[in-house]
Write a protein that binds this ligand. Structure first.
Ligand SMILES: Nc1nc2c(ncn2[C@@H]2O[C@H](COP(=O)(O)OP(=O)(O)O)[C@@H](O)[C@H]2O)c(=O)[nH]1
Ligand SMILES: [Mg+2]
Length: 561
Protein backbone atom coordinates (compact mmCIF):
# COMPACT_ATOMS: atom_id res chain seq x y z
CA UNK A 1 0.00 0.00 0.00
CA UNK A 2 1.37 3.38 -0.92
CA UNK A 3 1.96 6.21 1.50
CA UNK A 4 0.60 9.71 1.17
CA UNK A 5 3.91 11.24 0.15
CA UNK A 6 4.29 8.64 -2.56
CA UNK A 7 0.87 9.46 -3.86
CA UNK A 8 1.51 13.18 -3.92
CA UNK A 9 4.70 12.71 -5.88
CA UNK A 10 2.93 10.88 -8.65
CA UNK A 11 1.24 13.21 -11.05
CA UNK A 12 -1.77 12.13 -12.95
CA UNK A 13 -0.73 11.36 -16.47
CA UNK A 14 -4.04 10.44 -17.97
CA UNK A 15 -3.40 12.16 -21.24
CA UNK A 16 0.25 11.36 -21.55
CA UNK A 17 1.03 9.03 -24.41
CA UNK A 18 3.12 5.98 -23.71
CA UNK A 19 5.61 5.26 -26.43
CA UNK A 20 5.72 1.55 -27.23
CA UNK A 21 9.49 1.55 -27.79
CA UNK A 22 10.08 3.42 -24.56
CA UNK A 23 7.92 0.88 -22.74
CA UNK A 24 9.83 -2.00 -24.30
CA UNK A 25 13.09 -0.34 -23.23
CA UNK A 26 11.79 -0.05 -19.67
CA UNK A 27 10.78 -3.71 -19.67
CA UNK A 28 14.23 -4.59 -20.96
CA UNK A 29 15.68 -2.62 -18.09
CA UNK A 30 13.59 -4.66 -15.63
CA UNK A 31 14.89 -7.79 -17.36
CA UNK A 32 18.47 -6.53 -17.00
CA UNK A 33 17.79 -5.87 -13.35
CA UNK A 34 16.57 -9.43 -12.89
CA UNK A 35 19.63 -10.83 -14.64
CA UNK A 36 21.94 -8.72 -12.50
CA UNK A 37 20.41 -9.83 -9.20
CA UNK A 38 19.83 -13.45 -10.21
CA UNK A 39 21.03 -15.70 -7.44
CA UNK A 40 21.97 -12.75 -5.25
CA UNK A 41 18.64 -11.54 -3.91
CA UNK A 42 15.83 -13.74 -2.56
CA UNK A 43 13.69 -15.05 -5.42
CA UNK A 44 10.53 -14.30 -3.47
CA UNK A 45 11.26 -10.56 -3.77
CA UNK A 46 11.55 -10.89 -7.52
CA UNK A 47 8.43 -12.85 -8.39
CA UNK A 48 6.28 -9.81 -9.31
CA UNK A 49 9.01 -8.47 -11.59
CA UNK A 50 9.44 -11.84 -13.32
CA UNK A 51 5.69 -12.08 -13.74
CA UNK A 52 5.49 -8.61 -15.23
CA UNK A 53 8.32 -9.17 -17.70
CA UNK A 54 6.72 -12.35 -18.91
CA UNK A 55 3.19 -11.00 -19.02
CA UNK A 56 4.13 -7.75 -20.71
CA UNK A 57 6.16 -9.57 -23.32
CA UNK A 58 3.22 -11.80 -24.14
CA UNK A 59 0.65 -9.00 -24.10
CA UNK A 60 2.70 -6.84 -26.49
CA UNK A 61 3.41 -9.78 -28.75
CA UNK A 62 -0.22 -10.86 -28.97
CA UNK A 63 -2.02 -7.78 -30.24
CA UNK A 64 -1.49 -4.08 -29.91
CA UNK A 65 -4.62 -3.33 -31.93
CA UNK A 66 -6.97 -4.69 -29.34
CA UNK A 67 -7.91 -3.07 -26.09
CA UNK A 68 -9.11 -5.36 -23.33
CA UNK A 69 -11.51 -3.55 -21.00
CA UNK A 70 -12.94 -5.25 -17.93
CA UNK A 71 -16.12 -4.35 -16.09
CA UNK A 72 -15.36 -4.99 -12.42
CA UNK A 73 -17.40 -4.41 -9.32
CA UNK A 74 -19.45 -5.83 -6.50
CA UNK A 75 -22.43 -8.15 -6.85
CA UNK A 76 -25.47 -6.43 -8.23
CA UNK A 77 -23.71 -3.21 -9.24
CA UNK A 78 -24.80 -3.84 -12.83
CA UNK A 79 -21.70 -5.14 -14.61
CA UNK A 80 -23.61 -7.68 -16.65
CA UNK A 81 -26.34 -5.16 -17.42
CA UNK A 82 -23.76 -2.68 -18.68
CA UNK A 83 -22.06 -5.43 -20.66
CA UNK A 84 -25.31 -6.40 -22.33
CA UNK A 85 -26.31 -2.82 -22.94
CA UNK A 86 -23.00 -2.01 -24.60
CA UNK A 87 -23.02 -5.17 -26.66
CA UNK A 88 -26.71 -4.68 -27.35
CA UNK A 89 -27.09 -8.40 -27.05
CA UNK A 90 -28.52 -10.56 -24.38
CA UNK A 91 -25.22 -12.28 -23.80
CA UNK A 92 -24.31 -12.32 -20.22
CA UNK A 93 -26.79 -13.62 -17.70
CA UNK A 94 -28.22 -10.70 -15.75
CA UNK A 95 -29.34 -10.43 -12.14
CA UNK A 96 -31.79 -13.28 -11.95
CA UNK A 97 -29.10 -15.87 -12.36
CA UNK A 98 -26.93 -14.46 -9.61
CA UNK A 99 -24.76 -15.70 -7.94
CA UNK A 100 -23.81 -18.12 -10.70
CA UNK A 101 -22.12 -15.42 -12.77
CA UNK A 102 -18.72 -16.74 -11.83
CA UNK A 103 -17.63 -16.99 -15.43
CA UNK A 104 -16.03 -14.27 -17.44
CA UNK A 105 -17.77 -13.36 -20.65
CA UNK A 106 -16.14 -11.52 -23.50
CA UNK A 107 -17.53 -9.49 -26.34
CA UNK A 108 -15.30 -8.65 -29.26
CA UNK A 109 -15.96 -5.71 -31.54
CA UNK A 110 -14.64 -6.51 -34.98
CA UNK A 111 -13.39 -9.83 -36.31
CA UNK A 112 -12.78 -12.48 -33.69
CA UNK A 113 -9.61 -13.93 -35.26
CA UNK A 114 -7.05 -11.48 -33.94
CA UNK A 115 -8.76 -11.42 -30.58
CA UNK A 116 -8.81 -15.17 -30.11
CA UNK A 117 -5.16 -15.55 -29.13
CA UNK A 118 -5.56 -12.71 -26.70
CA UNK A 119 -8.66 -14.32 -25.19
CA UNK A 120 -6.91 -17.71 -25.03
CA UNK A 121 -4.15 -16.07 -23.07
CA UNK A 122 -6.56 -14.18 -20.84
CA UNK A 123 -8.41 -17.43 -20.31
CA UNK A 124 -11.93 -16.74 -21.53
CA UNK A 125 -13.46 -19.96 -22.79
CA UNK A 126 -14.50 -19.93 -26.49
CA UNK A 127 -18.13 -20.57 -25.59
CA UNK A 128 -18.14 -17.37 -23.54
CA UNK A 129 -16.87 -15.24 -26.40
CA UNK A 130 -19.22 -13.18 -28.54
CA UNK A 131 -18.70 -11.04 -31.59
CA UNK A 132 -20.32 -7.66 -32.00
CA UNK A 133 -20.15 -7.58 -35.76
CA UNK A 134 -23.22 -7.81 -37.85
CA UNK A 135 -23.92 -6.56 -41.34
CA UNK A 136 -26.77 -4.48 -39.96
CA UNK A 137 -25.04 -2.32 -37.43
CA UNK A 138 -21.39 -2.63 -38.49
CA UNK A 139 -21.13 1.05 -39.24
CA UNK A 140 -22.49 2.16 -35.88
CA UNK A 141 -20.02 -0.02 -34.13
CA UNK A 142 -16.85 0.76 -36.09
CA UNK A 143 -15.82 3.26 -33.42
CA UNK A 144 -15.47 0.35 -31.02
CA UNK A 145 -13.54 -1.93 -33.39
CA UNK A 146 -10.69 -3.44 -31.48
CA UNK A 147 -12.53 -3.45 -28.14
CA UNK A 148 -12.67 -6.64 -26.13
CA UNK A 149 -15.07 -6.11 -23.26
CA UNK A 150 -15.02 -8.49 -20.30
CA UNK A 151 -17.75 -9.02 -17.75
CA UNK A 152 -15.82 -10.16 -14.69
CA UNK A 153 -17.18 -12.24 -11.81
CA UNK A 154 -18.15 -10.27 -8.70
CA UNK A 155 -15.11 -9.42 -6.63
CA UNK A 156 -17.15 -9.71 -3.43
CA UNK A 157 -18.38 -13.16 -4.40
CA UNK A 158 -18.72 -15.64 -1.58
CA UNK A 159 -16.81 -18.09 -3.74
CA UNK A 160 -13.11 -17.73 -3.29
CA UNK A 161 -12.44 -19.02 -6.79
CA UNK A 162 -14.40 -16.10 -8.23
CA UNK A 163 -12.37 -13.60 -6.27
CA UNK A 164 -9.14 -15.27 -7.39
CA UNK A 165 -10.36 -15.17 -10.99
CA UNK A 166 -11.08 -11.44 -10.66
CA UNK A 167 -7.61 -10.80 -9.23
CA UNK A 168 -6.02 -12.81 -12.01
CA UNK A 169 -7.92 -10.98 -14.73
CA UNK A 170 -7.27 -7.56 -13.21
CA UNK A 171 -3.59 -8.39 -13.66
CA UNK A 172 -4.03 -8.98 -17.39
CA UNK A 173 -6.53 -6.49 -18.77
CA UNK A 174 -5.63 -3.16 -20.34
CA UNK A 175 -8.29 -1.02 -18.72
CA UNK A 176 -10.71 -1.45 -15.84
CA UNK A 177 -14.14 0.10 -15.54
CA UNK A 178 -15.09 -0.03 -11.87
CA UNK A 179 -18.85 -0.28 -11.57
CA UNK A 180 -20.39 0.94 -8.31
CA UNK A 181 -24.01 1.56 -7.44
CA UNK A 182 -25.62 4.23 -5.24
CA UNK A 183 -26.10 1.80 -2.36
CA UNK A 184 -22.64 0.35 -2.15
CA UNK A 185 -20.33 2.94 -3.69
CA UNK A 186 -18.79 3.73 -0.29
CA UNK A 187 -18.19 0.07 0.67
CA UNK A 188 -14.84 -0.40 2.33
CA UNK A 189 -14.08 -3.60 0.43
CA UNK A 190 -14.08 -1.99 -2.97
CA UNK A 191 -11.97 0.95 -1.78
CA UNK A 192 -9.51 -0.85 0.49
CA UNK A 193 -9.01 -4.04 -1.46
CA UNK A 194 -9.26 -2.78 -5.02
CA UNK A 195 -9.40 0.88 -5.87
CA UNK A 196 -6.56 1.88 -3.56
CA UNK A 197 -4.43 -0.98 -4.82
CA UNK A 198 -5.02 0.25 -8.32
CA UNK A 199 -3.75 3.78 -7.81
CA UNK A 200 -0.76 3.25 -10.07
CA UNK A 201 -3.13 2.36 -12.86
CA UNK A 202 -5.10 5.57 -12.70
CA UNK A 203 -4.43 6.15 -16.36
CA UNK A 204 -6.34 3.01 -17.29
CA UNK A 205 -9.01 3.30 -14.64
CA UNK A 206 -12.53 4.58 -15.12
CA UNK A 207 -15.22 4.62 -12.46
CA UNK A 208 -18.93 4.55 -13.22
CA UNK A 209 -21.74 5.17 -10.79
CA UNK A 210 -24.35 2.84 -12.29
CA UNK A 211 -28.05 2.75 -11.55
CA UNK A 212 -28.03 6.52 -11.48
CA UNK A 213 -31.72 6.32 -12.43
CA UNK A 214 -32.42 5.03 -8.92
CA UNK A 215 -31.34 8.38 -7.47
CA UNK A 216 -33.42 11.56 -7.61
CA UNK A 217 -31.77 13.57 -10.42
CA UNK A 218 -30.79 16.32 -7.99
CA UNK A 219 -28.97 13.79 -5.82
CA UNK A 220 -26.69 12.50 -8.59
CA UNK A 221 -24.11 15.35 -8.46
CA UNK A 222 -23.91 15.10 -4.67
CA UNK A 223 -23.27 11.34 -4.76
CA UNK A 224 -20.72 11.82 -7.53
CA UNK A 225 -18.93 14.46 -5.41
CA UNK A 226 -18.91 12.13 -2.46
CA UNK A 227 -17.56 9.32 -4.60
CA UNK A 228 -14.91 11.63 -6.07
CA UNK A 229 -13.77 12.50 -2.56
CA UNK A 230 -13.44 8.79 -1.72
CA UNK A 231 -11.51 8.18 -4.94
CA UNK A 232 -9.12 11.01 -4.05
CA UNK A 233 -8.44 9.28 -0.74
CA UNK A 234 -7.81 6.08 -2.67
CA UNK A 235 -5.08 7.83 -4.64
CA UNK A 236 -7.22 7.85 -7.76
CA UNK A 237 -7.28 11.61 -8.15
CA UNK A 238 -8.38 12.63 -11.62
CA UNK A 239 -9.72 9.32 -12.89
CA UNK A 240 -12.76 9.75 -15.14
CA UNK A 241 -15.98 9.33 -13.17
CA UNK A 242 -19.34 8.93 -14.93
CA UNK A 243 -22.93 8.24 -14.01
CA UNK A 244 -24.59 5.46 -16.03
CA UNK A 245 -27.96 3.82 -16.35
CA UNK A 246 -27.77 0.38 -17.89
CA UNK A 247 -31.47 0.18 -18.55
CA UNK A 248 -31.58 3.36 -20.62
CA UNK A 249 -29.53 3.83 -23.84
CA UNK A 250 -29.27 7.55 -23.06
CA UNK A 251 -27.64 6.66 -19.76
CA UNK A 252 -24.93 4.77 -21.61
CA UNK A 253 -23.69 7.53 -23.90
CA UNK A 254 -20.94 8.82 -21.61
CA UNK A 255 -19.46 5.37 -21.03
CA UNK A 256 -19.70 4.48 -24.69
CA UNK A 257 -17.88 7.67 -25.68
CA UNK A 258 -15.19 7.01 -23.13
CA UNK A 259 -14.68 3.50 -24.49
CA UNK A 260 -14.56 4.80 -28.06
CA UNK A 261 -11.80 7.22 -27.08
CA UNK A 262 -9.87 4.44 -25.35
CA UNK A 263 -10.14 2.19 -28.38
CA UNK A 264 -9.15 4.97 -30.79
CA UNK A 265 -6.04 5.88 -28.80
CA UNK A 266 -4.71 2.30 -28.75
CA UNK A 267 -2.93 3.39 -25.59
CA UNK A 268 -4.60 1.47 -22.80
CA UNK A 269 -2.42 -1.65 -23.11
CA UNK A 270 0.75 0.43 -23.09
CA UNK A 271 -0.43 2.63 -20.24
CA UNK A 272 -1.43 -0.34 -18.20
CA UNK A 273 1.96 -1.98 -18.61
CA UNK A 274 3.70 1.34 -17.94
CA UNK A 275 1.72 1.53 -14.70
CA UNK A 276 2.77 -2.04 -13.93
CA UNK A 277 6.42 -1.13 -14.48
CA UNK A 278 5.95 1.83 -12.11
CA UNK A 279 4.55 -0.49 -9.45
CA UNK A 280 7.34 -3.01 -9.90
CA UNK A 281 10.05 -0.36 -9.84
CA UNK A 282 8.59 1.17 -6.70
CA UNK A 283 8.52 -2.26 -5.08
CA UNK A 284 12.12 -3.02 -6.04
CA UNK A 285 13.40 0.39 -5.08
CA UNK A 286 14.35 -0.55 -1.57
CA UNK A 287 16.37 -3.50 -2.86
CA UNK A 288 18.82 -1.14 -4.54
CA UNK A 289 18.31 2.05 -2.53
CA UNK A 290 20.01 5.21 -3.58
CA UNK A 291 23.49 4.38 -2.32
CA UNK A 292 26.31 5.11 -4.70
CA UNK A 293 27.83 1.81 -5.77
CA UNK A 294 30.83 1.22 -3.52
CA UNK A 295 34.26 1.37 -5.15
CA UNK A 296 35.29 -2.09 -4.02
CA UNK A 297 36.99 -3.76 -1.08
CA UNK A 298 38.96 -1.12 0.81
CA UNK A 299 42.71 -1.20 1.40
CA UNK A 300 42.64 -1.68 5.16
CA UNK A 301 40.43 -4.74 4.89
CA UNK A 302 42.46 -6.10 1.98
CA UNK A 303 45.73 -5.70 3.92
CA UNK A 304 44.13 -7.52 6.83
CA UNK A 305 43.03 -10.27 4.46
CA UNK A 306 46.51 -10.61 2.98
CA UNK A 307 48.06 -10.88 6.43
CA UNK A 308 45.56 -13.53 7.45
CA UNK A 309 46.11 -15.43 4.20
CA UNK A 310 49.89 -15.31 4.65
CA UNK A 311 49.46 -16.68 8.17
CA UNK A 312 47.13 -19.45 7.04
CA UNK A 313 49.42 -20.31 4.12
CA UNK A 314 52.37 -20.75 6.47
CA UNK A 315 54.42 -17.94 4.93
CA UNK A 316 56.31 -17.27 8.19
CA UNK A 317 57.33 -20.94 8.39
CA UNK A 318 58.49 -20.91 4.78
CA UNK A 319 60.46 -17.69 5.07
CA UNK A 320 62.15 -18.96 8.19
CA UNK A 321 63.04 -22.10 6.29
CA UNK A 322 64.39 -19.93 3.48
CA UNK A 323 66.69 -18.16 5.88
CA UNK A 324 67.91 -21.40 7.32
CA UNK A 325 68.22 -22.99 3.90
CA UNK A 326 70.29 -20.06 2.72
CA UNK A 327 72.64 -20.50 5.65
CA UNK A 328 72.73 -24.21 5.07
CA UNK A 329 73.47 -23.94 1.38
CA UNK A 330 75.92 -21.05 1.80
CA UNK A 331 77.67 -23.04 4.49
CA UNK A 332 77.90 -26.05 2.21
CA UNK A 333 79.32 -23.90 -0.58
CA UNK A 334 81.69 -21.69 1.37
CA UNK A 335 82.45 -23.58 4.55
CA UNK A 336 85.68 -25.19 5.49
CA UNK A 337 86.00 -28.09 3.06
CA UNK A 338 87.07 -30.43 5.87
CA UNK A 339 83.62 -30.23 7.48
CA UNK A 340 81.57 -29.45 4.36
CA UNK A 341 80.74 -33.04 3.68
CA UNK A 342 79.39 -33.42 7.16
CA UNK A 343 77.13 -30.36 6.60
CA UNK A 344 75.76 -31.90 3.43
CA UNK A 345 74.53 -34.86 5.40
CA UNK A 346 72.05 -32.65 7.22
CA UNK A 347 68.74 -32.25 5.34
CA UNK A 348 68.03 -29.00 3.55
CA UNK A 349 65.38 -27.04 5.55
CA UNK A 350 63.33 -26.28 2.42
CA UNK A 351 63.34 -29.87 1.26
CA UNK A 352 61.83 -30.75 4.59
CA UNK A 353 58.83 -28.58 3.61
CA UNK A 354 58.80 -30.23 0.18
CA UNK A 355 59.74 -26.95 -1.39
CA UNK A 356 62.39 -26.68 -4.11
CA UNK A 357 65.63 -27.98 -2.73
CA UNK A 358 69.13 -27.01 -3.80
CA UNK A 359 69.78 -26.25 -7.46
CA UNK A 360 69.33 -29.13 -9.86
CA UNK A 361 67.28 -30.94 -7.32
CA UNK A 362 63.92 -31.12 -9.16
CA UNK A 363 60.72 -31.65 -7.27
CA UNK A 364 58.87 -34.77 -8.32
CA UNK A 365 56.39 -33.61 -11.05
CA UNK A 366 53.63 -35.87 -9.73
CA UNK A 367 54.18 -34.33 -6.37
CA UNK A 368 53.91 -30.82 -7.73
CA UNK A 369 50.62 -31.65 -9.45
CA UNK A 370 49.05 -32.47 -6.15
CA UNK A 371 51.11 -29.54 -4.98
CA UNK A 372 51.36 -30.84 -1.48
CA UNK A 373 53.96 -28.96 0.41
CA UNK A 374 54.56 -30.05 3.96
CA UNK A 375 54.08 -26.53 5.22
CA UNK A 376 52.24 -26.96 8.52
CA UNK A 377 48.44 -26.74 8.28
CA UNK A 378 46.94 -23.52 9.59
CA UNK A 379 46.18 -23.53 13.27
CA UNK A 380 42.67 -22.98 14.57
CA UNK A 381 43.65 -19.41 15.42
CA UNK A 382 44.92 -18.77 11.89
CA UNK A 383 41.78 -20.26 10.43
CA UNK A 384 39.52 -18.07 12.51
CA UNK A 385 41.68 -15.03 11.77
CA UNK A 386 41.20 -15.75 8.07
CA UNK A 387 37.45 -16.13 8.57
CA UNK A 388 37.31 -12.79 10.36
CA UNK A 389 39.43 -11.08 7.71
CA UNK A 390 37.14 -12.35 4.93
CA UNK A 391 34.13 -11.21 6.90
CA UNK A 392 35.74 -7.78 7.38
CA UNK A 393 36.37 -7.47 3.64
CA UNK A 394 32.70 -8.28 2.94
CA UNK A 395 31.36 -6.06 5.70
CA UNK A 396 33.34 -3.07 4.62
CA UNK A 397 32.60 -3.60 0.95
CA UNK A 398 28.88 -3.86 1.64
CA UNK A 399 28.72 -1.14 4.30
CA UNK A 400 26.80 1.33 2.15
CA UNK A 401 24.60 -1.18 0.36
CA UNK A 402 20.88 -1.63 1.05
CA UNK A 403 19.87 -4.34 3.49
CA UNK A 404 19.29 -6.99 0.83
CA UNK A 405 22.91 -7.01 -0.35
CA UNK A 406 25.43 -7.52 2.50
CA UNK A 407 24.35 -11.16 2.74
CA UNK A 408 25.12 -11.69 -0.93
CA UNK A 409 28.50 -9.96 -0.57
CA UNK A 410 29.42 -12.11 2.44
CA UNK A 411 28.41 -15.30 0.64
CA UNK A 412 30.48 -14.27 -2.36
CA UNK A 413 33.51 -13.54 -0.18
CA UNK A 414 33.19 -16.98 1.41
CA UNK A 415 32.13 -18.79 -1.75
CA UNK A 416 35.56 -20.24 -2.48
CA UNK A 417 36.74 -20.65 1.07
CA UNK A 418 36.89 -24.41 0.61
CA UNK A 419 39.33 -24.09 -2.30
CA UNK A 420 41.61 -21.66 -0.50
CA UNK A 421 43.89 -24.11 1.37
CA UNK A 422 44.82 -25.98 -1.81
CA UNK A 423 45.23 -22.80 -3.80
CA UNK A 424 47.49 -21.32 -1.14
CA UNK A 425 49.52 -24.51 -0.97
CA UNK A 426 49.91 -24.60 -4.75
CA UNK A 427 50.96 -20.99 -4.74
CA UNK A 428 53.55 -21.51 -2.05
CA UNK A 429 54.85 -24.53 -3.94
CA UNK A 430 54.99 -22.54 -7.16
CA UNK A 431 56.65 -19.42 -5.83
CA UNK A 432 60.28 -18.84 -6.82
CA UNK A 433 61.82 -18.33 -3.42
CA UNK A 434 64.92 -16.74 -4.93
CA UNK A 435 67.31 -19.48 -3.85
CA UNK A 436 67.81 -21.07 -7.25
CA UNK A 437 71.00 -19.40 -8.26
CA UNK A 438 74.18 -19.77 -6.28
CA UNK A 439 75.65 -16.33 -5.72
CA UNK A 440 79.05 -15.76 -7.37
CA UNK A 441 80.62 -14.88 -4.12
CA UNK A 442 79.85 -18.34 -2.77
CA UNK A 443 81.91 -19.80 -5.60
CA UNK A 444 84.69 -17.35 -4.99
CA UNK A 445 84.86 -18.05 -1.28
CA UNK A 446 84.42 -21.76 -1.99
CA UNK A 447 87.36 -21.56 -4.42
CA UNK A 448 89.52 -19.77 -1.86
CA UNK A 449 88.64 -22.45 0.69
CA UNK A 450 89.67 -25.21 -1.69
CA UNK A 451 92.88 -23.35 -2.47
CA UNK A 452 93.94 -22.92 1.14
CA UNK A 453 92.92 -26.47 1.92
CA UNK A 454 94.95 -27.65 -1.02
CA UNK A 455 97.90 -25.69 0.36
CA UNK A 456 97.44 -27.38 3.74
CA UNK A 457 97.23 -30.81 2.09
CA UNK A 458 100.34 -30.13 0.01
CA UNK A 459 102.13 -28.98 3.18
CA UNK A 460 100.97 -32.07 5.03
CA UNK A 461 102.02 -34.38 2.21
CA UNK A 462 105.34 -32.70 1.98
CA UNK A 463 105.94 -33.09 5.71
CA UNK A 464 104.83 -36.73 5.71
CA UNK A 465 107.13 -37.44 2.77
CA UNK A 466 109.99 -35.76 4.62
CA UNK A 467 109.38 -37.91 7.70
CA UNK A 468 109.10 -41.05 5.66
CA UNK A 469 112.37 -40.42 3.84
CA UNK A 470 114.03 -39.68 7.11
CA UNK A 471 112.69 -42.86 8.70
CA UNK A 472 113.93 -44.95 5.80
CA UNK A 473 117.38 -43.28 6.10
CA UNK A 474 117.14 -41.82 2.62
CA UNK A 475 118.47 -38.36 1.86
CA UNK A 476 116.18 -35.71 3.37
CA UNK A 477 114.28 -33.21 1.28
CA UNK A 478 115.69 -29.79 1.09
CA UNK A 479 112.89 -27.78 2.71
CA UNK A 480 112.76 -24.15 1.62
CA UNK A 481 112.31 -21.84 4.59
CA UNK A 482 109.89 -18.97 5.08
CA UNK A 483 111.70 -16.92 7.68
CA UNK A 484 112.41 -19.40 10.47
CA UNK A 485 109.67 -21.86 9.48
CA UNK A 486 109.94 -24.54 6.82
CA UNK A 487 107.60 -23.99 3.85
CA UNK A 488 105.59 -27.26 4.27
CA UNK A 489 104.73 -26.26 7.83
CA UNK A 490 103.75 -22.78 6.64
CA UNK A 491 101.56 -24.37 3.98
CA UNK A 492 99.94 -26.78 6.43
CA UNK A 493 99.33 -24.40 9.30
CA UNK A 494 98.73 -21.38 7.10
CA UNK A 495 96.24 -23.31 5.00
CA UNK A 496 94.39 -24.56 8.07
CA UNK A 497 94.37 -21.16 9.74
CA UNK A 498 93.35 -19.35 6.56
CA UNK A 499 90.49 -21.84 6.09
CA UNK A 500 89.22 -21.25 9.59
CA UNK A 501 89.67 -17.50 9.21
CA UNK A 502 87.78 -17.35 5.91
CA UNK A 503 85.00 -19.45 7.45
CA UNK A 504 84.81 -17.13 10.46
CA UNK A 505 84.75 -14.01 8.29
CA UNK A 506 82.13 -15.45 5.97
CA UNK A 507 79.70 -16.38 8.72
CA UNK A 508 78.31 -12.85 9.48
CA UNK A 509 78.05 -12.14 5.75
CA UNK A 510 76.07 -15.35 5.28
CA UNK A 511 73.77 -14.42 8.17
CA UNK A 512 73.14 -11.01 6.69
CA UNK A 513 72.56 -12.41 3.20
CA UNK A 514 70.24 -15.08 4.66
CA UNK A 515 68.10 -12.39 6.29
CA UNK A 516 67.94 -10.60 2.96
CA UNK A 517 66.96 -13.81 1.19
CA UNK A 518 64.22 -14.28 3.80
CA UNK A 519 62.91 -10.75 3.24
CA UNK A 520 62.91 -11.29 -0.52
CA UNK A 521 61.07 -14.59 -0.22
CA UNK A 522 58.61 -12.97 2.17
CA UNK A 523 57.90 -10.26 -0.37
CA UNK A 524 57.37 -12.74 -3.19
CA UNK A 525 55.21 -15.08 -1.15
CA UNK A 526 53.09 -12.25 0.20
CA UNK A 527 52.52 -10.94 -3.30
CA UNK A 528 51.53 -14.38 -4.60
CA UNK A 529 49.27 -15.04 -1.63
CA UNK A 530 47.64 -11.67 -2.23
CA UNK A 531 46.93 -12.79 -5.80
CA UNK A 532 45.19 -15.85 -4.43
CA UNK A 533 43.15 -13.63 -2.12
CA UNK A 534 42.27 -11.46 -5.06
CA UNK A 535 41.13 -14.40 -7.13
CA UNK A 536 39.31 -16.36 -4.43
CA UNK A 537 37.90 -13.64 -2.18
CA UNK A 538 38.04 -10.18 -3.73
CA UNK A 539 36.97 -11.05 -7.26
CA UNK A 540 33.72 -12.74 -6.16
CA UNK A 541 33.04 -9.69 -3.97
CA UNK A 542 33.71 -7.34 -6.87
CA UNK A 543 31.37 -9.34 -9.07
CA UNK A 544 28.55 -8.87 -6.57
CA UNK A 545 29.33 -5.16 -6.27
CA UNK A 546 29.26 -4.78 -10.01
CA UNK A 547 25.98 -6.72 -10.14
CA UNK A 548 24.65 -4.25 -7.61
CA UNK A 549 25.76 -1.34 -9.78
CA UNK A 550 24.17 -2.94 -12.83
CA UNK A 551 20.95 -3.65 -10.96
CA UNK A 552 20.85 -0.08 -9.73
CA UNK A 553 21.42 1.38 -13.19
CA UNK A 554 18.89 -0.97 -14.73
CA UNK A 555 16.26 -0.02 -12.19
CA UNK A 556 16.98 3.62 -12.78
CA UNK A 557 16.43 3.08 -16.51
CA UNK A 558 13.24 1.15 -15.77
CA UNK A 559 11.97 4.06 -13.67
CA UNK A 560 12.47 6.54 -16.48
CA UNK A 561 9.16 7.36 -18.13
N1 LIG B 1 -32.64 0.53 -12.27
C1 LIG B 1 -31.53 -0.01 -12.68
N2 LIG B 1 -31.30 -1.32 -12.44
C2 LIG B 1 -30.14 -1.85 -12.85
C3 LIG B 1 -29.19 -1.07 -13.54
N3 LIG B 1 -28.13 -1.88 -13.82
C4 LIG B 1 -28.44 -3.10 -13.36
N4 LIG B 1 -29.65 -3.08 -12.76
C5 LIG B 1 -30.25 -4.23 -12.10
O1 LIG B 1 -29.48 -4.62 -11.02
C6 LIG B 1 -29.46 -6.03 -10.87
C7 LIG B 1 -28.05 -6.56 -10.93
O2 LIG B 1 -27.52 -6.34 -12.19
P1 LIG B 1 -26.39 -7.21 -12.82
O3 LIG B 1 -26.07 -6.64 -14.13
O4 LIG B 1 -26.66 -8.65 -12.74
O5 LIG B 1 -25.22 -6.89 -11.80
P2 LIG B 1 -23.83 -7.61 -11.67
O6 LIG B 1 -23.93 -8.55 -10.53
O7 LIG B 1 -22.85 -6.50 -11.37
O8 LIG B 1 -23.51 -8.29 -12.95
C8 LIG B 1 -30.31 -6.55 -11.99
O9 LIG B 1 -31.58 -6.84 -11.50
C9 LIG B 1 -30.36 -5.42 -12.99
O10 LIG B 1 -31.57 -5.41 -13.74
C10 LIG B 1 -29.46 0.31 -13.76
O11 LIG B 1 -28.69 1.07 -14.33
N5 LIG B 1 -30.66 0.79 -13.31
MG1 LIG C 1 -22.97 -10.24 -13.38
Amino acid sequence: MSNIAGRVREVFRGDQRVDADALIARLDAVRRFLTAVDGLLPDSDLVPAHTLVERAGTRLALSRDHTVVALAGATGSGKSSLFNALAQLELSPVGVRRPTTGVTHACVWGPLEGANHLLDWIGVLPRHRFVRESALDADDETALHGLILLDLPDFDSVQRSHRLEVDRLLGLVDQVVWVVDPQKYADRVIHDSYLREFHRHREVTLVVLNQADRLPPAEVPRVLDDLRRLLDTDGLTGVPLLATTAIDPAGMVGLRNALERTVAERQAALRRLAGDVDTIVAGLDELVGSARPPGGPDDTAVNGLNRALAGAAGVPAVTEAVERAYRHRAGAATGWPVVRGWRRLRPDPLRRLHLPGPTGDQADPAESLVAATSVPDPTAAQRSALGLAIRAVADRAAADLPAAWPGAVTSAARSRLGDLPDALDRTIAGTDLGLDRRPLWWRFVGGVQWLVTLAAVVGLGWLVLGYALRALGLPALDNPMVGQVPLPTVLLLGGLLAGLLVAALTRPVVRWAARRARARADQRLTARVAQVGDEYVLTPVRIVLSSYAQARDALRDAARR
